[in-house]
Structures are given as C-alpha cells and as structure tokens.
Design a protein around this ligand. Structure first.
Ligand code: SAM
Ligand code: DTB
Ligand code: SF4
Length: 332
C-alpha cells in the first residue's frame, strides 16, 4: 500500500524517472482505488490540459494473412477469425480517408499493416507516399507496420512520420505464452531503431489476455523504463475474436484497466495515455473512470483495424455529457 503524501512534490513533477523498480510499480498499482485515481489525476493536471481528449483514427492499410502467431490477433494467418485478406491500399485512397478524418476534428491518423516486418521495395515506397500525403494535411501520422530496420525508420522520418506504434503487449515473462514467432528483444530492437531515427514512440500493451496482475505490473514497468518514455502509451483491452486462441479468455474486471491507466499516468506523467481497443465492450461508467485515471486519448470511428469501436455519435455524446472536449491541435 502507498504511504506518504498523495500530492507529489515539485521535484517529482519535473523529473521523469526511468528507474522504476518492480516493487514501486506494484505498490502504486495496488494503492486503494480512490487514492490511486486521485494521485493520477493530480499528476495528470500538472502535465496536460484538463478535460481534453485527443481523438485518433485508425485505418488498416494492409489486412490479414500475417505470418506472426499473436494469440489475440484476428489478422494472423495461423487462425481463422473470418478476416478477409486485402493487399496494400492505394495511397490516394488513404489520403482521401485522412482528409475526411480532418473534417471530423481528428488530430492523429494511424495506418496499420498486418506485416511481421515492413517490406522493402515498391510496397514500402507506397507507404512512404501515404505518410507524405497524410502529414501534408497537418495530422500527426502514426504507422504500425511490424519490425523495422534502421534505414526504414530513417526513410519514414524523412517522409514526415510523427510516431511509430510498436507494442510490448505484456510482461517479458508472459510474452512467450501469447506469441511464439518473435521475442521481446525483437520488439525492443525496433523501438531503438525508431528512437534513433528521431520518431516518437507509441508503445503500450493489451490487458485481459489471461495474464496475472504481476504481468500487468511488469508491462507497465517495462514501458516506464524506456528512456525517453514513449510519448504515447496505448492501453488496449483484449477484443476477444472468435477463431483466435484467446477467444474464450474470461473478461477482465474493468477496474484493472482503470488501475493500469492510473499507474501508467503516474509512471509516465508527460505521455499521452490512450484508452485504445476494447472500448465497445466497456460501460460508459468504466470509460469515465479511465478518463479520471488519466487517459487522454481515444480512437474514434466505427472500426479499429478489423473490429468494431463505438460510433461517433455515441462518443460525442459521452464527451459532451462529461463536459470534455477533443484536443484541437496536436501538442506532441
Ligand atoms: N503487425 C504490426 C504489429 O503487430 O506490430 C501492426 C498491427 S497490430 C494489429 C497492432 C497492435 O494491435 C498489436 O500490437 C496489438 O497490441 C493490438 N491488437 C491486435 N489485436 C488485438 C485485439 N484483438 N485486442 C486488442 N488489441 C489488439
Ligand atoms: C494499438 O495499440 N491499438 C490499435 C493500434 N495500436 C494500432 C489497434 C487495435 C486493434 C484491435 C484489433 C482490430 O481491430 O483488429
Ligand atoms: Fe501480425 Fe501484428 Fe496481428 Fe501479430 S498483431 S498477427 S504481427 S498483424
């Protein structure tokens, strides 16, 4: 249990720590919920505009048929989750979709591809064309294309990429139970290549995959030990898709998500914490608690990559009810 003052001193406001010990993360995560949420909200207000949430939109630019065996993913070729395969989209079409997103007040546009690693050659040139086109619209552009080489990261940076999404997903200890076709170290290497190229990091994980509380704590510690911290931290609740090995995993108590978000907020005070996949399965009360705990970004639009997300009207209504507003310009 946490002891001492709940309000951080000035020193803890300005200093971002990267040496969090597992025991410290554990004691934050296990703080009584009201105190945990209060502390997270206090930290939140010192680093971010209050009552604002960034809205992001996702587009799957290459769907299905992925050679990796991630147990949660409907796009893996190892499972039959009924997701059709679709080749790389046409860059012009992608830019049109991004234009519509600008019209809806979205400030960050994600392009996701079901690849183990970004390809070389013509397909990669097309991705660069998409990045150029979308960044020219004034959007933050984030890609998630699997593993990247240093050269590819540099090319993406030159094309105007703002951020690269590459998740650690869970603790190093639990990782092998979910994915066998790559190791934690592969993920860390790509994260390094992205950093080296001067691209910001979007790196988080998934809760509700049957992991133990220790694994959620382990994931949060791994993220908080990255130096610098990922500028954006997506926290996904598993979307249980029929046909994947995790389809029948018992649902996780949403209060665990609230705890994880609050802990992420306290460990990485300056980062955006994104309440990512799984919102459709959460009650509005749970989503509200996530905002109180320091989540300040969401995905909007009826679809994530392949699975459903709450409708725009529903989200607008919720933000309106809560008196929260979308972030208008991109600050990070
Ligand atoms: N193939 C690339 C990769 O894995 O890095 C990029 C696309 S992949 C779909 C992006 C992220 O989506 C994954 O790292 C995972 O965290 C998340 N994800 C995939 N399926 C999910 C599911 N069913 N529920 C929640 N998050 C999921
Ligand atoms: C992330 O952490 N969550 C987003 C984004 N990064 C690419 C993806 C969630 C995908 C959920 C499953 C699907 O829709 O296919
Ligand atoms: Fe492929 Fe990414 Fe899905 Fe894993 S999460 S199967 S790497 S698309």
């Amino acid at each position: 249990m946490m002891t001492g003052s709940l309000v951080p001193t000035n020193a803890s406001v300005s200093v971002l720590r990267h040496d969090w010990q597992r025991s410290e993360v554990e004691s934050i995560y296990r703080t009584p919920l009201p105190s945990l949420v209060f502390r997270a909200q206090t930290v939140h207000r010192q680093h971010h505009p209050q009552d604002r949430v960034q809205t992001c939109q996702l587009l799957s630019i290459k769907t299905g048929g992925c050679p990796e065996d991630c147990g949660y993913c409907p796009q893996s070729a190892h499972y039959d989750a009924g997701v059709g395969r679709e080749g790389l989209l046409d860059p012009q079409h992608v830019v049109e979709v991004a234009k519509e997103a600008v019209g809806r007040g979205v400030t960050r546009f994600y392009m996701g591809a079901a690849w183990r690693q970004a390809p070389e050659g013509r397909e990669f040139q097309k991705v660069l064309e998409m990045v150029r086109g979308v960044s020219a619209l004034g959007l933050e552009v984030c890609c998630t294309l699997g593993m990247l080489s240093e050269r590819q990261a540099e090319q993406l940076k030159e094309a105007g990429l703002s951020a690269y999404n590459h998740n650690l997903d869970t603790s190093p200890e639990f990782y092998g139970s979910i994915i066998t076709t790559r190791v934690y170290g592969d993920r860390l290497r790509t994260l390094e290549a992205v950093r080296k190229a001067g691209i910001t990091l979007c790196c988080g994980g998934i809760l509700g995959m049957g992991e133990r509380e220790e694994d959620r704590i382990g994931l949060l510690q791994q993220l908080a030990m990255l130096n610098p911290h990922p500028e954006s931290v997506p926290i996904n609740m598993l979307v249980r898709v029929a046909g994947t090995p995790l389809a029948n995993t018992p649902p996780l108590d949403p209060l665990e998500l609230v705890r994880a978000i609050a802990t992420a907020r306290i460990l990485m005070p300056a980062s955006r914490v994104r309440l990512a996949a799984g919102r459709k399965q959460l009650s509005q009360d749970a989503v509200t608690l996530c905002f109180l705990a320091g989540a300040n970004s969401i995905f909007v639009g009826e679809k994530l990559l392949t699975t459903p997300n709450p409708g725009r009207d529903e989200d607008e209504e919720l933000l309106d009810t809560l008196g929260m507003r979308p972030l208008e310009s991109h600050a990070i």
